[in-house]
Design a protein around this ligand. Structure first.
Ligand code: TTP
Ligand code: MG
Length: 406
């Protein structure tokens, strides 16, 4: 059965709330500033300011140069969080399965709510109207048969839009689009695709064989292959799913925010090993992996997916890397990273793995677990897990703490 998924993304969220709080800002170019860490960049800009090229993450000086009339307003996070929660409550009255994806985005599973796409579209109009009436805010809604395409539909119809991507029009919509229109493909990947394969559009990306993408981009190559075809099997994760699922997780808050990808990958490997180690100790296997990314502005993204039951470091690491790559906002700095697993089942015999290398890894891990029990977690790791100059340190460098999430 094909799913019907809706993605809702508020338009110029912080700026629109400020325009409601201070009505004289309406219709004016507004930039919301001020991160909790005191760095001066534009968090977001009203669409009136975007006409001049002002965007999120831009230094204030650049914004003022591009748009001298811009009115800068200090951010009020408590207010944005309050509105965000109220919006989620409203969305919950339209679907039993709502995923709070970020402070101003949600996914709704409408598979059992709307009989077909036309009905989902009507529901989209009703939701837009309710949001306008109750909050005096505009949002953009995308509808399709998975999360990736629903988000893309919204991205293609910003601002104040409502758009569907149906199965039969998928290819004609995807083919001519620049690769950057896919969530998860940022500027760096765009440049790499141009340089390595002379690829600029999604249609051109579809022509590159999987093996060649993997040779250049490793696990991320598979993601590129799938998303260029609109493939995404991730589900809408509701609060009840989160609460019901017993989970095991670890997170790290960095001393200083970072965008160093090789460092981040090292941390993901470390967190994945730690989580898998805890799974094995409890004699559990997991079938769902989730990555949490908190950016320097405290905006927090959770992204997860189902996998075949595993308790292996490599499988948790591979999945968490894919999830990170799919959701990382290039150009942003990361404050906290978390890896957690759920969908826990009690032990499965190692012999269930038909893949020889996985069986071997299972045996190596048993030996590593033994050493970790006797000498501490950080004494033994894979060669490529470069966490610290000092092998005996408890925390990786630049990390304030390593926290058990559960
Ligand atoms: P977005 O949904 O990316 O941006 P937006 O809602 O302002 O504009 P639109 O969706 O119409 O393009 O982000 C939601 C909020 O998150 C945004 O209002 C401010 C905050 N934010 C930052 O603080 N820094 C950033 O780099 C980005 C992209 C967003
Ligand atoms: Mg938004």
């Amino acid at each position: 059965m094909k799913k019907i998924i809706m993605h809702i993304d508020m338009d110029a969220f912080f700026a629109s709330i400020e325009q409601n709080r201070k009505p004289w800002l309406r219709g004016k170019p507004v930039g919301v500033t001020g991160n909790p860490d005191g760095r001066s960049v534009i968090a977001t800009a009203s669409y009136e300011a975007r006409v001049f090229g002002v965007k999120s993450g831009m230094p204030l000086g650049t914004a003022k140069r591009l748009c001298p009339e811009i009115i800068l307003v200090q951010s009020n996070f408590d207010e944005y969080i309050k509105v965000s929660k109220e919006l989620i409550n409203l969305f919950c009255s339209f679907s039993p399965a709502v995923e709070e994806f970020s402070i101003d985005e949600a996914f709704l599973d409408l598979t059992y709510v709307a009989k077909d796409f036309n009905e989902a579209y009507k529901l989209g109009s009703i939701i837009k109207k309710s949001v306008r009436e109750k909050f005096n805010l505009a949002c953009t809604i995308g509808i399709s048969f998975n999360k990736l395409l629903a988000k893309m539909a919204a991205k293609l119809s910003k601002p104040d839009g409502l758009k569907m991507i149906r199965y039969d029009e998928l290819q004609s919509i995807l083919e001519p689009l620049p690769v950057g229109k896919i969530t998860g493909i940022g500027r760096k990947t765009e440049l790499a695709l141009k340089e390595k394969f002379n690829v600029e559009t999604i249609g051109q990306l579809q022509k590159i064989p999987l093996i060649e993408l993997i040779a250049v981009f490793h696990t991320y190559g598979k993601f590129l292959y799938n998303v260029s075809r609109g493939i995404d099997n991730s589900g809408v994760i509701t609060e009840i799913d989160r609460e019901d699922a017993k989970s095991i997780g670890n997170s790290i808050t960095f001393d200083s925010d970072t965008d160093g990808l090789s460092f981040i990958k090292g941390i993901l490997r470390f967190l994945s090993s730690r989580v898998a180690d805890r799974l094995r100790r409890a004699n559990f296997y997991c079938s769902f992996v989730k990555v949490t990314i908190r950016y320097s502005n405290f905006n927090t993204i959770n992204h997860g997916k189902s996998i075949p039951p595993t308790n292996l470091d490599s499988m948790v690491f591979k999945t968490s890397t894919e999830l990170f790559e799919e959701s990382f906002r290039e150009g942003s700095k990361v404050r906290l990273l978390g890896v957690s697993v759920c969908g826990l089942t009690k032990g499965i015999d190692l012999s269930l793995y038909d893949d020889k290398s996985l069986k071997k890894e299972g045996k190596v891990l048993l030996a590593m677990d033994d050493i970790r029990t006797r000498f501490g977690f950080d004494k033994v790791n894979y060669g490529s897990t470069k966490l610290s100059n000092k092998p005996s340190s408890v925390n990786p460098p630049h990390c304030a703490n390593v926290k058990d999430l559960s």
